[in-house]
Design a protein around this ligand. Structure first.
Ligand code: SF4
Length: 761
């Protein structure tokens, strides 16, 4: 939306607002994949005559509204305007409100076409294309220009009051943002530099990688300049994305601080919760016959939407409260509220993953957005997961026994093809550059049959089959774009994961190793994207692997900390390489003991694995029984994690043993005496295994930096994050021991923060 007197809206968005009614019903979706949809459209339009016009751009006005969109096709000889919808399954089971919506879109296009070409009438054709059979079902209706105009005006008339309210909101928001002042008395050291870099990135409309140390107030230092930019550069929305709940809470806290300092600022900030946490009825399916909060959802939505926008903050709790007061689903209410929010706070996946809601809404509505990604050192591993899918044979074996009879055959066929793959592979692990065609074909057929079964049995619900179905759909989607950026691998095991003893089991994985080709479009779709973290060095590793644009700016915000605050020692007489681990335990225990005797207090000690950590802790306990110690455990829940951290209290003494890259290696804040030192007995290098070796080979081919991009940079990033727990404020003092001779190498030291002064043990 532009901050002018006119309000631009896409045809689809207009109709979704005015013409959607009745139940929320996701049974007819997910239907075809995006790729199938595109191909379906191409097949239909390729069947048309030579003069057929495709993707006809149309627009029109009504009061302050500027309505625009692209009709799928127009045949001037027959004077027929077509809206093409791809689907799977039984068309007669399509919910009536879906059909009403499709007609509404087509009628609006009909009016825009008649008006643009001065046509007295047009034939409207709703073309339903069955992806499975490739057959078209065409529903037609003759419509004259006058009735189409009336329909268009009726739709616009029902939206215009809302649009005027939104225009007023936007004008008031931007006016307040222009005069908005930083909510604190001054910027912290480094915070202004970060804020300026953010603002400049928006002014240039480019991406930014910002390495900014902990403790400078990154949440407010990024949201504040982007809010200023919203008014000055016409941003419709800001998306603040974070890997963890703590990052999202900090962002919401920053928005609240800004709002408190500017009581007249009408800023709508929305928190996105995952479906698994927002769903009120996890044992039900998302349609009116199963879930009462889906029944009549669209009929009650207007009141719920209006009530929600009166809330000062749209965090999870208030969205839930409004949703339940209006008896609508909280999860789908929050999805609706994205359209009307100024700041949206959520996980990375809402913008970056394969079916990201924020990205598709941005595309559909032509929003101008600023995207902020916090703790962005997590982006490479998170993005790889978003574009990977894994299937476990054990789960399929179980489903074959529990699935309804009608699904046995398709599942059996998948099972047979899967077993054939297992038989054909002798090694435990093998990766492939091509997908197994027969297996993929049977998997796709199984998906179609499960989809059809669900359409035919609306009351049926089986969480395990649904899980398998969605996973298989993702597998199919990733297969469509399979290429150099991914591997297909099979990992065999005997038994395990619930399989009967002696039976071969396997995991099949489409494994993304280079997310750049997928994320590239996400960066391009935003006006500006800023990725920030305390550890984003070297920047080219992140820019290359994430696919950031060539004009991406880079800022390395100087640390507010002084070299005198942190003693950094390298224990170059110790090797923590796998083959030297046993031998390393005694000197590590001695080093830790000496440091502790010199300066008792709270320490963290990091190791590369639980096994190594346990052995080191056992020996240390035996040699220094007077020093309190506590250990990280596998699969700690929140209470156990809190208990571990609670031992680090002011004036406390002892050593917490932990695993590098785990819960305590980043994202925890232990200022002052709560943590006075860390021992890091590993370079954090990922394990050498067949998968990582494949990644290394691909990284070598793509960037000529196989080892660095696979092992060295990800490892050192974890080391610096862990060491970063020690100094949190400008008054903190502490010690870090980097335990391994390789920390002395120049290429490793080059990856340590510039403000550290590395000394001898
Ligand atoms: S409450 Fe749960 S089951 Fe019901 S519509 Fe919402 S997400 Fe679906």
């Amino acid at each position: 939306m532009n901050a002018t007197a006119s309000y631009t809206i896409a045809v689809r968005a207009l109709c979704e607002f005015t013409a959607k009614q009745g139940d929320l019903d996701l049974r007819f979706t997910p239907t075809p994949t995006a790729q199938e949809g595109i191909e379906g459209h191409a097949i239909v339009t390729s069947r048309r005559d030579d003069g057929y016009e495709r993707e006809v751009g149309l627009s029109g006005h009504f009061g302050p509204l500027h309505v625009r969109g692209r009709a799928d096709g127009y045949d001037p000889r027959q004077n027929q305007l077509e809206e093409i919808k791809t689907y799977r399954g039984d068309l007669s089971r399509q919910p009536a409100n879906h059909r009403i919506l499709h007609w509404a879109q087509l009628k609006v296009y009909g009016h825009l076409l008649c008006s643009a070409r001065e046509l007295p009438a047009v034939r409207l054709a709703l073309v339903y294309f069955d992806i499975g059979t490739q057959k078209e079902t065409v529903l037609t209706e003759e419509a004259d220009a006058a009735s189409l105009r009336a329909f268009f005006e009726d739709q616009c008339g029902r939206f215009v009051a809302w649009a005027e309210q939104e225009l007023a909101h936007r004008a008031a928001r931007d006016e307040q943002l222009r005069s908005l002042r930083f909510p604190h008395a001054g910027f912290r050291p480094g915070q202004r530099e970060l804020a300026e870099a953010m603002y400049k990135a928006s002014a240039r409309g480019c991406s930014l990688l910002a390495q900014a140390p902990t403790g400078i107030g990154k949440s407010i230092g990024s949201i504040f300049p982007m809010l200023k930019a919203s008014a000055e550069h016409g941003l419709d929305k800001i998306f603040f994305l974070a890997a963890k709940t703590s990052g999202r809470s900090m962002a919401l806290g920053a928005v609240e601080t800004i709002k408190r300092s500017a009581p007249l600022l009408p800023l709508r900030a929305l928190e996105l919760a995952a479906k698994s946490t927002a769903c009120e009825n996890p044992d039900k399916a998302c349609h009116g016959e199963s879930c009462p909060l889906a029944q009549g959802f669209y009929d009650r939505l207007p009141d719920a939407r209006a009530a929600a926008l009166q809330q000062p903050m749209l965090d999870r709790a208030s969205v839930r409260e409004v949703a339940l007061a209006h008896q609508v689903c909280p999860y789908y209410l929050q999805s609706e509220l994205v359209r009307w929010a100024d700041v949206v706070v959520g996980d990375y996946n809402y913008y970056f993953d394969i079916s990201a809601m924020l990205y598709s809404l941005t595309q559909m509505n032509g929003w101008k957005v600023g995207v902020l990604a916090d703790e962005a050192h997590n982006m490479v591993s998170r993005a790889r997961k978003m574009y990977s899918a894994e299937m476990d044979h054990v789960r399929l074996r179980v489903l074959r026994k529990t699935a309804p009879d009608a699904l046995h055959k398709p599942l059996d066929r998948v099972h047979r093809q899967w077993s054939a793959l297992e038989k054909a592979q002798e090694a435990e692990y093998a990766s492939h550059t091509e997908l197994p065609e027969k297996f993929m074909a049977t998997l796709q057929t199984a998906c179609t049959e499960i989809g059809d079964y669900m359409a035919e049995h609306p009351a049926w619900f089986d969480a395990d089959i649904l899980d398998f179905y969605f996973n298989a759909l993702l597998f199919g989607r990733l297969a469509e774009s399979f290429g150099e950026h991914s591997l297909f691998d099979i990992e065999k095991s005997d038994g395990g994961r619930g399989a009967a003893a002696g039976r071969v089991n396997s995991l099949l994985c489409i494994r993304n190793i280079l997310p750049a080709p997928f994320l590239k479009q996400r960066f391009e779709a935003a006006h500006a994207v800023a990725l920030f973290s305390a550890t984003l060095s070297p920047w080219n590793y992140y820019a290359d692997t994430l696919g950031m644009p060539a004009d991406t700016a880079w800022v390395d915000v100087a640390s507010p900390f002084d070299a005198q605050q942190l003693q950094v020692h390298i224990a170059s007489h110790i090797s923590t390489r796998y083959q030297h681990r046993e031998r390393s335990l005694a000197p590590i225990a001695a080093l830790m003991g000496e440091q502790y005797q010199r300066q008792p207090g709270n320490y963290l000690a990091f190791f590369s694995s639980f096994d190594y950590m346990e052995k080191a802790a056992d020996l240390f306990a035996a040699r220094h029984p007077d020093v309190p110690l506590w250990r990280q455990e596998r699969r700690m829940d929140e209470t156990a994690r809190d208990a571990f951290l609670a031992r680090f209290h002011e004036g406390g003494e002892g050593i917490g043993f932990a695993v590098l890259g785990g819960s305590f290696g980043e994202g925890i804040d232990l200022p002052g005496d709560r943590l006075i030192g860390a021992f890091i007995a590993t370079l954090g290098l990922p394990q050498i295994n067949p998968v990582n070796e494949q990644i290394k080979a691909r990284m070598e081919t793509a960037f000529g930096a196989g080892y660095d991009y696979t092992y060295l940079y990800p490892g050192l990033q974890k080391v610096v994050q862990a060491a970063g727990r020690v100094i949190r404020t400008t008054s903190d003092r502490g010690t870090v021991h980097l335990i391994d001779d390789r920390f002395g190498r120049p290429e490793v030291q080059a990856l340590l923060p510039a403000w550290w002064q590395v000394g001898a043990p």
